[in-house]
Design a protein around this ligand. Structure first.
Ligand code: PDD
Length: 301
């Protein structure tokens, strides 16, 4: 364990069936996650000790595992139980749970080992959502060519393209790279992207070129429930430059306006009215979770 990597106030982490202090959690250098990036992951936000949309995250994990032909090492009930325990063992009300499953330790060979013993790791950190300043002023983004693979719907731990793309954004003084594949919007390097034109919310449909975001689903559900004009259809790159509003969504960024794109203002250069409405709806929806209720409620308009 490198010095300084262990947050002293953090609670235990979970590794292969046991909770333990972070500095006791060790994985072999022959783990296929380390050698090949052969594994999948989830990031689950926790509000007031309630895991947000837990079953949806666990369903997506199931999808990712099936896509890389790895048997889910735990039942849904076991995952729910272990995640609940991890939340209780950590000191924060709002947390971000990171979990990953790799194809485990084996002699280095690209092909699957004959016997697979997956490595399961989970940790919690304090959830840091965008500051009030960022919510009020919006973030900046760049556009970039989406040079990732053909299975972006799988939440794979092999994130080198996403790492390079987001670093390109950071190098340009922006916080996200908005990705374009053959002239069509896909998503962000670490978020889903929406835009608004003439009062209509536009979202690219789920396909193999984007991660099916859990936050994306909540935004679509809220738009349906509150009858906000919505179009889920392929979004041409050109629309990004004509948009009145652009938003990014993710479990850690929630819903965040992008107010500068490639150094130019988006629309009026401030978070727009449709964003403000969706942001308020999203925060109210979160409140219902904090009160222990799940599901969309009719009383948050
Ligand atoms: N990433 N697209 C990509 C490529 C992502 O990495 C993420 C989130 C999303 C949004 O998905 P969700 O709404 O389920 O968080 C879309 C997480 C937060 C991460 O890698 O840290």
């Amino acid at each position: 364990m490198e010095q300084g990597l262990e947050a002293p106030e953090s609670g235990p982490v979970f590794l292969n069936g046991r909770f333990m202090p972070l500095n006791e959690a060790h994985v072999s250098v022959l783990d296929r996650g380390f050698v090949f990036g052969d594994g999948v992951y989830e990031v689950i936000p926790v509000y007031s000790c309630h895991a947000f949309r837990l079953d949806e995250h666990l369903r997506r994990l199931e999808h990712s595992l099936a896509a890389i032909r790895l048997v889910n090492p735990y039942s849904l009930e076991q995952w729910r139980h272990m995640i609940g325990e991890l939340i209780l063992l950590n000191p924060w009300e709002d947390q971000s749970i990171y979990l990953q499953v790799t194809r485990g330790v084996a002699r280095r060979d690209h092909a699957f080992p004959e016997i697979t013993n997956p490595t399961v790791f989970m940790m919690s950190t304090c959830l840091t959502t965008p500051s009030q300043d960022l919510v009020s002023n919006g973030a900046s983004a760049i556009t970039a060519v989406d040079f990732r693979w053909e299975h972006c719907d799988v939440k794979a731990i092999a994130l080198l393209p996403n790492v390079l793309l987001r670093q390109a954004a950071v190098d340009a003084g922006a916080n996200e790279a908005i990705l374009v594949r053959k002239g069509w919007l896909t998503e962000g390097a670490a978020s889903n992207i929406f835009l608004v034109r003439d009062g209509v919310i536009h979202a690219p449909p789920k396909d193999q070129y984007m991660l099916p975001g859990i936050t994306y689903d909540v935004v679509l559900e809220l738009a349906h429930q509150y009858r906000l004009p919505l179009s889920v259809a392929p979004v041409p790159e050109a629309w990004l430059y004509m948009a009145d509003e652009i938003w990014q969504t993710s479990s850690t960024r929630e819903v965040l306006a992008v107010t500068r794109l490639n150094g130019q203002p988006v629309g009026a250069g401030v978070p727009g009215p449709v964003f403000k409405r969706m942001y308020a709806l999203y925060q109210s929806y979160k409140d219902t979770i904090m009160r222990g209720k799940d599901g969309l409620t009719p009383d948050i308009a």
